[in-house]
Write a new protein. Structure first.
Ligand code: PMP
Length: 397
């Protein structure tokens, strides 16, 4: 028999395991560790949302839904997206409900890529981008963003990567892992490039409710979706979901908004691979959109306070860290300690039992930084920061 290793499909063999997962295997089973590692809210989904899921089960709603998802939810999404992003989508033909943004990303890559087509995206970025492109037989073309520029994606750097094989431009603002928010002037230039070079834009806006507008971070910031810029709706696939702002990661619910032809192509894959998203999650999401705004704002304010604490403490420790406009991550620059990101993170874990993610887990451009997620209780963060201060104090002495 041929060795099983040789039976694995080439494109699967070629993708690496997630660097986050490798790192977190070291943490498993150690209850002394404070983890600033996993990019997941520490809150449970608000109670009224959980109740909606329970009630839907009590009523015996345990069936499939339409492949696109419940029409009532698509209608609610369309209203929400119009209010939030200023773009209107037809709930009947332009909204597809998926199993998280993760599935939506996979669908859009598979629906739009032919082998060898190039996808331009910015690094450091969410760990699944390059593998999702590769599994759809595309070619991942990263554009480096730099700590010196506070991880702003420059249109000129995108332009430099465009070739006659470029098909898609994948954007994520606010960005995981840096928290960066794209200035509107730059976003407009990028939209212009997409139009000139006939690129379809995939815009992952999963953190768009978590914005910190003023210095205190307590004011909500402004979000502009690239889909709302002139000439962009017809070439954009907007991805969003419930995992972050509504603290609903386990419900596994996301959606795409895109022109009917693209939605239909994505739906064809979805109907054969997933059939539909779980009905109880869809019912919970309906409740989230109808009555969840207040809870979202409460959680955002809690994140803002934690962000301020972290920024203040990193500054006191002499660890350079820019103040990002969104998400729930800080991406401090640890180069001055003379360790690689991985060495820094491993030693911090071994010596002080605090887990952060080495920046290179998010692509080579992340080397030199670490990701510290502040979706962790305030008191835990205070302890973690004391431990980090002790660690960097030793490195500096
Ligand atoms: N996009 C980004 C930028 C993310 O950070 C995440 C989750 N960490 C996802 C997509 C996937 O989210 P979901 O739970 O909706 O699949």
């Amino acid at each position: 028999m041929k060795p099983l290793e040789e039976r694995i499909a080439t494109q699967v063999n070629n993708i690496p395991r997630s660097g986050i997962r490798d790192f977190f295997e070291l943490v498993l089973g150690r209850d002394d560790v404070i983890s600033l590692g996993v990019g997941e809210p520490d809150f449970s989904a608000p109670w009224h949302i959980r109740e909606a899921a329970i009630y839907s089960l009590e009523k015996g709603q345990t069936s499939y839904t339409s492949n696109l998802g419940l029409l009532s939810l698509r209608e609610e999404i369309s209203t929400y997206v119009e209010e939030q992003f200023n773009v209107s989508y037809d709930p009947k033909s332009e909204v597809l409900i998926t199993v998280g943004v993760s599935e939506a990303l996979d669908l859009v890559c598979r629906a739009l890529l032919n082998p060898g087509d190039e996808v331009i995206y910015h690094e450091p970025c969410y760990v699944s981008y390059s593998p999702s492109i590769a599994m759809a037989y595309g070619v991942a073309v990263p554009v480096e963003t730099k700590v010196e520029d506070e991880f702003v994606l420059k249109a000129e750097d995108v332009a430099a990567k465009i070739t006659d094989r470029s098909r898609l431009l994948l954007l994520n603002f606010p960005t995981n892992p840096t928290g960066a928010v794209e200035p509107i002037e730059e976003l407009e230039k990028i939209a212009q490039l997409a139009i000139e070079h006939d690129l379809i834009v995939i815009s992952d806006e999963i953190y768009s409710e978590l914005l910190y507008g003023d210095e205190s971070g307590l004011e909500m910031g402004e979000h502009t979706s690239i889909a709302s810029l002139p000439g962009m709706k017809e070439r954009t696939v907007l991805l969003h979901g419930f995992s972050k702002a509504f603290a609903m990661t386990g419900f596994r619910l996301g959606y795409s908004c895109a022109p009917p032809v693209l939605t239909e192509a994505m739906m064809k894959i979805h109907q054969y691979s997933m059939l539909c998203a779980p009905i109880m999650s869809q019912n919970a999401a309906l409740e989230a959109l109808r009555n969840g705004a207040e809870e979202v704002e409460k959680m955002r304010k809690a994140y803002a306070r934690r962000r301020n604490l972290m920024l203040k403490r990193f500054e006191e420790m002499g660890v350079p860290c820019f103040a990002p406009g969104g998400a729930f991550y800080l991406f401090p620059d640890v180069r001055k300690f003379g360790l690689s990101s991985k060495e820094f993170a491993l030693r911090l874990l071994e010596e002080e039992s605090v887990a952060v993610v080495p920046g290179d887990a998010f692509g080579a451009a992340g080397e030199g930084c670490v990701r510290a997620c502040y979706a962790t209780g305030y008191e835990q963060l205070e302890i973690a920061l004391d431990r980090i201060a002790a660690f960097v104090g030793r490195l500096q002495s």
